[in-house]
Design a protein around this ligand. Structure first.
Ligand SMILES: [Zn+2]
Length: 122
């Protein structure tokens, strides 16, 4: 786990968006050529982009960033998006007391649906 922590704090420091899955031992980051998502192996730090065939490892990323480049692309993070949706729903509920029941109902349905897919994909 020690090495992963060092890699992740490097990404945080460089403001590179990522999703870490300890179960799969991958870190999803944007490809620095085409900005599509690539999976970096957290053990070897190797990654290969299936969109543009660019490949490398942590070292090539460090070189890229130390040349003054920045990697601004966002990685789609389902957990983060779910949190955002729930916050938006809570704000709507607060602002529209007369709609509370209906909005809470929709919120429940969305979360049930998401849980259904989370079970299917985990
Ligand atoms: Zn690419």
């Amino acid at each position: 786990m020690g090495k992963e922590n060092a890699i992740l704090s490097f990404f945080k420091e460089q403001k590179v968006d990522y999703i870490y899955s300890s179960k799969e031992q991958v870190i999803i980051i944007p490809c620095f050529e085409c900005l599509n998502e690539v999976k970096m192996c957290s053990n070897t730090t190797n990654w290969k982009c299936s969109h543009c065939n660019n490949n490398g490892n942590l070292l090539s990323l460090i070189r890229f960033l130390s040349n003054g480049h920045i990697l601004k692309a966002k990685v789609y993070n389902p957990k983060r998006e779910k949190k955002k949706i729930n916050n938006m729903m809570q704000n709507l509920i607060k602002q529209s007391p007369e709609m509370t029941d209906r909005l809470s109902n929709i919120e429940c349905k969305i979360n049930e649906l998401l849980q259904y897919y989370e079970k299917k994909t985990s």
